[in-house]
Design a protein around this ligand. Structure first.
Ligand code: IVH
Length: 697
């Protein structure tokens, strides 16, 4: 609908466009703040906000008439005050219902952003104009940490409360979770009342560890350290926080005048002395050229840090100017954030090769013309699967844009279509395994191409990597190089041959960096692994969909591998916690001749394939553990069986009917009598989304 203006507006604007833009931004906000799962990059988001801002600057009335129009297509005469705030004036997300809400003593504001050094000069000009200064202002340049902002409150030097930013006015009380972060002091060096603000981050090294563990356990990995940090703090179980290794850096003192502190630098000294952690990077500048040089420097320098930064913050040092400079609805005028440009670069796709995974799945890999990206040379990037190649219309010889978030393997973002010459070639799906040459197959109901050769050297190498890993047989000292060498020598053909390595002492000792001592250790570790329980052994086989928990269940119910092999799919399905996917996978795996042969060989080497010695695998604490659930009605995202499997695998119970023992009823559409009964009994009813948000994070 076009708004014909003049009476109320200065310029004609397409209202539908404005409405769509606002709705899009609001949706992106919900994902970013409330679900810790961003859908678009920061740069794309900031561009949309700028676009909205521009429209609103020219047509300020739109901010208020928006809701009226979005509700129905009312006439302009219906315009009334609209309580909904436009995203250009709103901060952050909304406080979640999960935690109690707290009103901030002083609003937690955001920072205005720029991607452009010249806009920092404009910021300086504006600041000097407002303060009427002809001399230069003193600025502090510091890192902009990419985590979850937090306000920490202390009374008489004792830690009292931690509050998230929320919408800037009201945040969530996450005290119990923050208490588990070791760098957050519980008692200060001075027994004063104080409130400080900063960022909770997950160091990149810990982020990688957390994701490795999640990947091994078949759980979804976090997209980046920011999501991991926010997701960890905004879940209900504080014991999880302890294990993840979060860190907290402070960069803001609330009401510094209470302590007669006059500058930002002094305030940072002050909070450090109290026992808080800061990044220690606070650079003072009066000369703009110097400041700009430092900004350039930090583009690369930040790569060396173990925490993620998404830019730099430039703050006026002297607090005495703060009042005069003032605030916009969203941010202070005494600071500005410079965001690092998205780390993208153009390069040529020279070829596509194919990688063989542990289960034989073939993954395409982009071989690139080497290019420097975020400080390191990139030659390869993941293409994930053939669907992605088709979706992005990628051809060999294309110029492509690649991107790398600090922690993640480079990705191909898109093809530069305007660079096409016509000489590009289609990427052909391989017909044979690139390593062993055996014919690839597409298994029924699956999209991926697979190498089924049980002795494919690449598959065996990856199988061994998994077999010896910490949660599996936990054999340390058997690194990739040794495995590769022994596969090459023909001494390792399957995972079973690990147990013959003791016959090749000399060859082992001759390997680079392997002395007698490390060979002794390795052989001891291999021998010692024969004591692992049946559940560990079963898990180590790497049967698709059989994680630690499922391995435990199968071992308890079937006692030995023969019983398990002879069980019918229906029998497997009888087990609480085993769903169709798992049942079919286990049945097929054990009834495959090659796999069964391998199992018998491992048994011959002395590995445990019956219940004696099985070690119980504890289920990690999580909000589902010990609680009673039931699902009813038509679910959108999960099959009933799947949701049941998730609950059971996390140590929850799945009840057959509604009773007062039920803790949660997950209700889909058209839920009938069960829902009514649950409501009568005051059982908490969840939508699928609420279940995901509260229990699966
Ligand atoms: S100062 C009144 N300093 O960036 C503004 N914020 O986009 C106080 N952030 O909400 C914030 N590093 O969560 C400040 N060195 C830094 C920061 C920083 C990261 C975050 C903070 C803020 C957001 C604004």
């Amino acid at each position: 609908m076009k708004l014909f203006d003049n009476e109320i507006k200065s310029e004609t604007v397409d209202f539908e466009e404005y409405k769509k833009l606002r709705e899009d931004i609001e949706r992106y906000n919900r994902y970013y703040y409330d679900e810790d799962r961003p859908l678009i990059s920061d740069k794309e988001y900031d561009d949309l906000i700028k676009k909205l801002q521009k429209i609103e600057e020219k047509n300020p009335e739109l901010k208020n008439i928006y809701t009226v129009f979005s509700k129905d297509n009312s006439d302009i005469s219906d315009i009334e005050e609209n309580p909904e705030i436009t995203p250009t004036e709103k901060i952050g997300g909304t406080a979640s219902e999960k935690f109690s809400k707290v009103v901030h003593s002083v609003p937690m504001l955001s920072l205005s952003n720029t991607y452009n050094i010249s806009e920092i000069e404009d910021f300086d000009q504006r600041a000097r104009k407002i303060t009427g200064l002809d001399k230069k202002l003193e600025y502090i340049l510091e890192l902009k940490l990419d985590g979850l902002s937090i306000s920490l409150i202390y009374e008489k030097g004792m830690f009292k409360q931690a509050i998230t930013r929320g919408d800037g006015q009201i945040g969530e009380d996450v005290t119990e979770n923050v208490r588990e972060i070791s760098s957050v002091p519980k008692k200060l060096k001075d027994s004063i009342d104080v409130e400080v603000r900063g960022e909770i981050v997950l160091p990149i090294s810990n982020f990688n560890k957390v994701n490795e563990i999640r990947e091994e356990a078949g759980e979804d990995v976090f997209a980046n350290p920011r999501n991991a940090a926010a997701g960890t703090i905004r879940q209900l179980d504080s014991s999880i926080v302890k294990d993840r290794g979060l860190d907290c850096y402070l960069y803001y003192l609330v009401n510094p005048e209470r302590y007669e502190i006059k500058t930002h630098l002094e305030s940072m000294e002050f909070i450090k002395k109290l026992g808080f952690k800061t990044t220690d990077i606070f650079e003072k500048y009066t000369d703009f050229k110097e400041l700009e040089k430092s900004i350039e420097k930090w583009h690369d320098e930040r790569e060396k840090l173990d925490y993620e930064t998404d830019g730099l913050v430039i703050k006026v040092n002297d607090f005495s100017y703060y009042n005069e400079l003032g605030y916009t609805t969203k941010s202070p005028r005494w600071a500005i954030a410079y965001k690092f440009p998205a780390e993208q670069v153009k390069t040529k796709l020279l070829d596509v090769t194919f990688q063989v995974g542990r289960t034989g799945v073939i993954t395409p890999v982009a071989e690139l013309e080497p290019v420097t990206l975020s400080g390191s040379v990139v030659k390869r990037a993941s293409l994930h699967n053939f669907d992605e190649i088709e979706r992005k219309e990628i051809k060999i010889g294309d110029n492509v844009i690649i991107e790398k978030a600090a922690e993640i393997i480079p990705q191909v973002v898109n093809v530069v279509f305007e660079d096409r010459t016509g000489k590009e070639r289609e990427i052909e799906k391989p017909t044979n395994c690139p390593v062993c040459g055996s014919e690839l197959v597409k298994e029924e109901g699956q999209v991926a191409l697979k190498c089924l050769n049980p002795v494919c050297p690449e598959k065996v190498k990856r199988e061994i990597e998994y077999f010896v890993s910490r949660d599996a047989m936990n054999i340390s000292g058997l690194g990739e190089k040794i495995v590769e060498k022994f596969i090459e020598l023909g001494k390792i053909k399957t995972v079973v041959d690990i147990y013959s390595l003791k016959d090749y002492r000399e060859e082992l000792e001759n390997l680079e960096k392997m002395g007698k001592k490390s060979v002794d250790n390795l052989i001891n570790n291999i021998e010692e692994s024969k004591n692992r329980g049946f559940n560990k052994v079963l898990y180590s086989l790497g049967i698709p969909f059989v994680g630690k928990f499922t391995a435990n269940l199968l071992v308890k119910n079937f006692k030995n591998i023969e019983n398990l092999k002879n069980s019918e799919i229906e029998e497997l399905l009888q087990i609480k916690g085993v769903g169709e996917k798992v049942a079919i996978s286990v049945h097929n795996y054990l009834n495959n001749e090659d796999n069964w042969g391998k199992i018998n060989d491992l048994k011959g080497r002395g590995l445990n394939f019956s219940l004696e010695n099985a070690e119980e695998i504890e289920i990690e604490d999580n909000p589902i553990k010990g609680k009673n659930f039931l699902a009813t009605g038509k679910l959108e995202k999960y099959k009933r069986e799947e949701i049941k499997e998730i609950i059971l695998s996390k140590g929850g119970n799945y009840l057959s009917g509604v009773s007062k023992n039920l803790d949660f009823l997950i209700a889909g559409e058209k839920a009938g009598s069960k829902l009514e009964k649950a409501e009568k009994l005051n059982v908490r009813v969840l939508t699928e989304e609420e279940f995901e948000r509260e229990f699966l994070k």
